[in-house]
Structure formats: structure tokens, C-alpha cells
Design a protein around this ligand. Structure first.
Ligand code: ATP
Ligand code: MG
Length: 250
């Protein structure tokens, strides 16, 4: 069951979708239309990867889903419990890691400390609980960001290129961590990424945003584990690249 971003009327009766976006239009400064009628649903527990050209409006869409930007037209229904992780970790530099993780979470100091400890353990960062954010590596900072997102037990996890700034090996490790966390917590996910392979590796479905609308939606779940998985994933890759306007040859 989803509700309006801004505490609006809950109009989504069907229990299987956690996001329903219909005719989402976003214009900046009254003239520049960035989103020109986006339609998107995300099923409960579904992992959707959102790809699109740079400047195409992905972050804009994600900010609207998170509720950070109320200035749009169209229908946007999302669950109350949602968390976002951005490309840059956005940890408060004057608070130790554990306090960043439980930012905005109520309770006594010891209760909050225990919540942070559990979350940091999940992301393999217990030993950095008392560290200052500036002393963390990029991968550690993103793990802290994931821990902070997950202590809210989100039904919808919004990820805006969370691994974009990491080296290839750390990124692969983060993929493994994200998979484990999602298997445990089962949130619906919208992951914005530029990395087609990352989308193929992680998502149940890939959607492409182009010229302000969703121009492709490619299902991956029925491909995984199939006999011709490799060939079919290669086809998906080709279709995604074509939808992104990238010319390439195998
Ligand atoms: N606050 C703002 N005021 C005016 N224009 C904006 C604002 N925020 C974003 N834009 C413009 O909206 C367009 C979409 O930006 P957005 O950040 O959503 O793109 P994106 O798809 O996330 O790009 P990238 O892949 O590079 O992160 C861009 O042209 C950007 O300049
Ligand atoms: Mg962006």
C-alpha cells in the first residue's frame, strides 16, 4: 500500500505495487521541462534499475520519489517508509559514524547506539562506529550510507548512483553486500546507474528514461537461471544501449 509523498490521500488499493507514478511532469524555472509524463510502477520487493542520459532527469525523478521536491504535476504514490542513498555519502562531518547512522532515529543514547551497532555490523563496519566520516574510505562511507538507509527499514530504497565513485573491485563488493541486504530486508528498490552491467547484475527490471519519458522496460527475472541466460542477457544489454542511443557492435 502506497500513500502520497506529502501525506496525501492513500489511493492505491492494490497491495502489490509500492510505487505508482503516472504522468509525472517536472519543469524547472517555469520553462525547462525535464520530465514530460513519466509512468512507472514498482512492485513490492521489486528491484528496478533506472538508466538514462546524463542530465535526463533521473536524479530529479528520484528526489520527487523521496519527497524532497514537492513542485511537480502528476500522480506520485510511494510508501511512507523510504530511504535514499546518494552518490556522495552525505554524512555529517561533525558526528561520528554511528550517530550518522541513527540520525533522526529516536530513543535513548544506548538504544540508538545499539541500533547503529546492529546496522553497522550488517554492512561490515562495526570497527568504524566511532570514526569521523572524513576518515572513511569511499567504500566505507557508502556502507555507512547504506546502514543509515536500512535502519529505517524502508519499503522503498532509492539509490542514486551509490557506487559511481568507487573503484571496480569495491563496486563489485558493494554489489554483493547490496544483494545480501536486499535479500534480508526485502525493500523495493529504484537504482539510478550509468553502468549497464551493474543494472543487469542487480535488477529485476531495467527502465530507460529518455527525453523525459520511460522509453524501455526490460524484464530480467525470467531470464536468470534460464538455459540461454547468457545470450538473452546480451540481448538485453544491446536493447538497453540502443534505448540509450549508444551505437555499438558485438
Ligand atoms: N534545481 C534546478 N534548477 C534548474 N535546473 C535543474 C535543477 N536541477 C536539475 N536541473 C536540470 O534538470 C536536468 C536534469 O537533471 P538531473 O540531475 O535530474 O539529471 P540526471 O539524469 O540525474 O543526470 P546525471 O546522470 O548527470 O546525474 C538537467 O538539465 C539539470 O541541469
Ligand atoms: Mg543524477
Amino acid at each position: 500500500m502506497a500513500t502520497g509523498v506529502h501525506g496525501g490521500v492513500s489511493t492505491l488499493e492494490v497491495g502489490t505495487d509500492i510505487v505508482r507514478v503516472e504522468g509525472l511532469v517536472k519543469t524547472f524555472d517555469g520553462t525547462t521541462q525535464v520530465l514530460g509524463g513519466v509512468d512507472l510502477t514498482v512492485g513490492d520487493g521489486e528491484f528496478v534499475a533506472l538508466l538514462g542520459r546524463s542530465g535526463g532527469g533521473k536524479t530529479t525523478a528520484l528526489r520527487i520519489l523521496e519527497g524532497l521536491d514537492p513542485d511537480y504535476s502528476g500522480t506520485v504514490l510511494v510508501p511512507e517508509q523510504r530511504s535514499v542513498v546518494f552518490q556522495e555519502p552525505r554524512l555529517l562531518p561533525w558526528q561520528p559514524v554511528w550517530q550518522n547512522v541513527v540520525l533522526g532515529i529516536g530513543g535513548s543514547r544506548s538504544e540508538r547506539r545499539a541500533i547503529a551497532r546492529d546496522a553497522l555490523e550488517e554492512v561490515g563496519l562495526t570497527h568504524r562506529a566511532d570514526a569521523w566520516p572524513r576518515t572513511l574510505s569511499g567504500g566505507e562511507a557508502q556502507r555507512a550510507g547504506l546502514a543509515r538507509a536500512l535502519v529505517r527499514e524502508p519499503r522503498l530504497l532509492l539509490l542514486d548512483e551509490p557506487f559511481g565513485a568507487l573503484d571496480a573491485l569495491t563496486r563489485l563488493r558493494m554489489h554483493g553486500l547490496l544483494r545480501r541486504l536486499i535479500a534480508k530486508h526485502r525493500p523495493g528498490v529504484v537504482l539510478v546507474t550509468h553502468d549497464v552491467q551493474e543494472a543487469i547484475d542487480l535488477a529485476d527490471r531495467i527502465v530507460v528514461l529518455d527525453a523525459g519519458t520511460i522509453t524501455a522496460s526490460l524484464e530480467l527475472t525470467d531470464i536468470r537461471g534460464s538455459e540461454d541466460e547468457v545470450e538473452r542477457l546480451a540481448e538485453v544489454r544491446e536493447q538497453v544501449l540502443a534505448a540509450l542511443g549508444v551505437e555499438y557492435e558485438i
